[in-house]
Design a protein around this ligand. Structure first.
Ligand SMILES: O=C(O)C(=O)C[C@@H](O)[C@H](O)CO
Length: 331
């Protein structure tokens, strides 16, 4: 079989794709905000009448049936590959992390293979994450494997930035992850703009303009230079003193956080920086890198959209190469 189902399941998003293994073409796609966190919370509220694995399998069965109806394609028995938070303490099954150094070829991936069962009729390859001394990631390693497979001119060294709820700065040396660091940029933005006193001083908007850009630029510069806990309060002061309106202030807050995150890259001189972002955040991060004078290569947001799919294909290839019989009859 040349097609498989690819699931990139994050804390707050669910992406299911029908993929042709040759060339990595995405034939059909379904996305929803049904992140792992939401399913785990629902499982906990339902008085745990079933075990966690069965609960997640029931959810996946429903999603795959709906996907099959929507596309009018028979998906029965297709291999499902799942990366991201599905292998975490709030996912289908908690898997141990792989350690460092971690090869970007996919060779070092820790995984669990579920044969088709009465509960779930698909063979399932559940991909685990990677741990550092004091940090963890699940999902970004698979995206990085995909990026490295597609970008042939990357020499195998550099700092790879994956913006998001939990932004990752991943250091790669000789095609291996040597270390990484998480920045809670997206999550802190959401908390500060919704749940703190600053919620009264900011309003998000999709519109752009020179004033909005100026506010973002100032935020990036202040965030990179100043103590963040103190800089946060300037958002309130700017509102009270009429220096920025609430839309501009939202850009300023966003700039503060991104500037503070990227300010850490000042020590990276001599190491190439690669921005690995989807379309939603690429503009903000590339602008911030420019403002901070950090030379970087901005990878195409279209490549990042499907990086998890490309990474999963590399992982399948590696597993097939080293554990020949595992997919017998599934692929
Ligand atoms: O492994 C875990 O439990 C995580 O929390 C990893 C998380 O940071 C993802 O990498 C991105 O959200």
């Amino acid at each position: 079989m040349n097609t498989f189902l690819s699931c990139d399941w994050g804390t707050s998003s669910f992406r299911l794709r029908l993929v042709s293994r040759t060339g990595g073409h995405v034939l059909q796609e379904y996305t929803s905000p049904d992140g792992v966190q939401q399913i785990y919370n629902a499982y906990q509220q339902e008085l745990q009448s079933s075990d966690r694995e069965s609960y997640f399998f029931a959810f996946l069965n429903n999603k795959i049936s709906a996907f099959s109806m929507q596309t009018d394609i028979d998906l029965d028995g297709l291999l499902l590959v799942c990366s991201g938070m599905a292998s975490s303490s709030i996912g289908i099954k908690s898997l141990a992390y792989a350690g460092l150094p971690f090869s970007c070829s996919g060779r070092d991936v820790v995984f669990h293979f579920f044969k088709p069962s009465a509960n779930f009729g698909h063979p399932l390859l559940l991909v685990s994450g990677v741990r550092a001394e004091e940090d963890v990631m699940r999902g970004e390693e698979t995206q990085l494997i995909g990026v490295m497979a597609k970008i042939k001119d990357v020499k195998g060294n550099g700092m790879f930035i994956f913006p998001g709820t939990h932004s990752k700065h991943v250091a790669v040396q000789n095609q291996k992850i040597s270390n990484f660091q998480t920045f809670m940029t997206g999550e802190v933005y959401s908390l500060m703009s919704r749940a703190s006193i600053l919620s009264k001083s900011v309003s998000s908007s999709d519109s752009q303009g020179p004033e909005m850009e100026k506010a973002f630029e100032q935020g990036v510069a202040d965030g990179a230079e100043q103590n963040l806990l103190s800089a946060f309060f300037k958002v309130r002061a700017k509102d009270l003193f009429g220096k920025f309106n609430k839309f501009e202030n939202s850009q300023y807050l966003s700039g503060l956080l991104i500037g503070n995150e990227l300010g850490n890259l000042a020590d990276e001189s001599g190491n190439s920086v690669f921005l690995c972002s989807d379309a939603r955040l690429s503009g903000y991060y590339s602008k911030a890198l420019q403002i901070l004078d950090i030379p970087s290569t901005v990878l195409s947001p279209e490549l990042l959209r499907y990086a998890a799919v490309y990474g999963q294909i590399e992982i399948i290839n590696q597993i097939e190469m080293h554990e020949k019989d595992i997919f017998l009859g599934c692929l």
